[in-house]
Each structure stands twice: as structure tokens, then as C-alpha cells.
Ligand binder design. Sequence first.
Ligand SMILES: [Zn+2]
Length: 140
Amino acid sequence: MSDTANPPKAAFPFIKIDAGGRASLTAVRCKACGSWYAETHRLACARCGKREFETAEPTLTGKLHAASIVERGFPGTPTPFISAVVDLDDGPVLKGMLRGVACKPGEIPHGRRVKVVFDDALGRKDAEGNSYVSHFFEPA
Ligand SMILES: [Zn+2]
């Protein structure tokens, strides 16, 4: 995944890539009630209203909360694909593309176990030729 001339960049602020090219998720957790958010910064907790957070790395497994088959995406996005919302086991909720599953409603049941994987973001590159790393969900 790593190219020393053009190292990949994270497609989202909550994806961190270390010097060795290993990607991970970063989330914030409310210090008062423990609620998680798949974000790098948050002003206030949606559950308790407190404003103190700590940064943490959530586990990369969870359950499918919701999914939609997308027939028409923005230009360059192959369709159909499955847009999914996943409840990660530690608590954050994360939206992303589910792959490794047929784009048929019966193949994407609520509660299905999935894992987060990191991969090239559909071949997109910036003006300098840097690729991007994004998160995807796959069956666990
Ligand atoms: Zn809270």
C-alpha cells in the first residue's frame, strides 16, 4: 500500500496512516459518558452534552446497522455499490462502502458481522499523483 515517492494519503481525517503505510481509525470518546464518535474533533457529546473527549483507536469490527444499494453515484464511482452504516463494537458509528457482498437486499441483513479494511480509494489520485486510502466494510 505504501509508495515512498508518492505515499498514500488518508481519504478522511479520521483515517491515520503511519510511516510504514499502516492505516488505522481514530475516534474520540466522551470522557464523561464514554460515547464514541468516528471523528477527530467534536464540540459536544450528543448524549450528555459534555465537552471533554479523548482520542482512541476503535476496534475494526462491528455489525451492519443499515445499508442501501446505490445505483447512481457521483462521476467515477462504479455502481451499483452498497452504502452501509456500521455500529463498531467499541461504539462509534461509521458510514462507508460494503464490499464482498452481492448487491442484493437478501445478502445484506441487519446485524451482519463486518470488519473494517483499508484499501486504495477507487483509484483516485491528486494532482501530484498521490493515491488515497479509504475504509471499506467486508463480511467478518
Ligand atoms: Zn458524553
